[in-house]
Design a protein around this ligand. Structure first.
Ligand code: FE2
Length: 275
């Protein structure tokens, strides 16, 4: 089974890159499942129903979220009917939406997609992320109730994400970090067979500060006061994430970074490029 995971879409530039490139990539790489973090897709903050629909129609199978899940207030309502929109599982009981969803891949396999938010240097403070994900995997174990399990760990600290990798090794197909908007070069297959990468990076314009036009973030560092609003940078986005191939047990057999377009160095999964 072939999975593509793409990191946080930031604003129009990120959305344009996904909408323009994803349909062709689906065909070229014969992808079975595509998951994208969409929590910054609406002007850098949150997601709207129109954007969610656009991503699904472009070939995305599930959209994950994070600390900005509900920045667009409409998300509190439409998330209930958006069955492939997944917010952090460790929000308090009663929060609208779902923290995990069983999604059918193009090859008919059942894939459990879980989103969770870290606690280190992150707000708002949510429930214990480890126990929350553990409960989901107990209810829907890999190889029994799910053919593959993808966990998006939306967190700031690399330590917390690496600990998640160790915690889920052999129980998840892929543990991938999001939120820092900068791809790490530590993608690997853990000893138990779980594909891992500390951060998938963003789908956004990297000639920026985390996807935002540079002036305002820089001013806030210099003056310690806001002088305006954060606005997404508008240059060409890099599509950033990773490609993972799974074996018949739902564990990883190959992994490679993906970086296409924009100003980052480019990276393609050679094992799929060769057919
Ligand atoms: Fe985030």
């Amino acid at each position: 089974m072939r999975l593509l995971f793409l990191g946080d879409i930031v604003g129009r530039s990120g959305r344009t890159a996904v909408l323009q490139r994803l349909p062709a990539l689906r065909e070229r790489w014969r992808l079975d499942l595509v998951v994208i973090n969409g929590e910054n897709s609406a002007g850098g903050f949150g997601i709207t129903e129109a954007i969610y629909d656009e991503l699904i129609n472009a070939g995305c199978d599930a959209v994950t979220l994070g600390n900005h899940s509900f920045d667009q207030r409409e998300a509190l309502v439409f998330i209930e009917r958006a069955d492939r929109l997944i917010r952090p599982v460790n929000f308090p009981k009663g929060t609208p939406g779902r923290g995990a969803a069983l999604v059918e891949a193009r090859n008919g396999m059942r894939v459990l997609v879980v989103n969770v938010m870290g606690q280190v240097y992150m707000g708002p403070a949510l429930d214990d992320p480890f126990r929350a994900v553990d409960a989901e995997l107990e209810a829907c174990p890999l190889g029994i109730a799910a053919d593959a399990v993808i966990v998006d760990v939306h967190a700031e600290a690399t330590s917390e994400k690496q600990a998640f990798g160790a915690f889920l090794d052999g129980r998840a197909s892929l543990v991938v970090g999001t939120h820092t908007h900068t791809p790490t070069s530590d993608e690997r297959i853990l000893p138990g067979g779980t594909a891992y990468m500390s951060d998938a990076g963003m789908c956004g314009d990297y000639d920026s500060v985390l996807g935002m036009k540079k002036d305002e973030p820089l001013q806030r560092f210099l003056a310690k006061l806001p002088s305006g609003r954060f606005e997404p940078a508008e240059g060409e986005a890099t599509l950033s994430g990773l490609a993972v191939e799974l074996d018949g047990r739902g564990l990883a057999s190959r992994i490679a970074p993906v970086r296409i377009g924009g100003c980052l160095s480019q990276a393609l999964p050679e094992f799929w490029e060769q057919g």
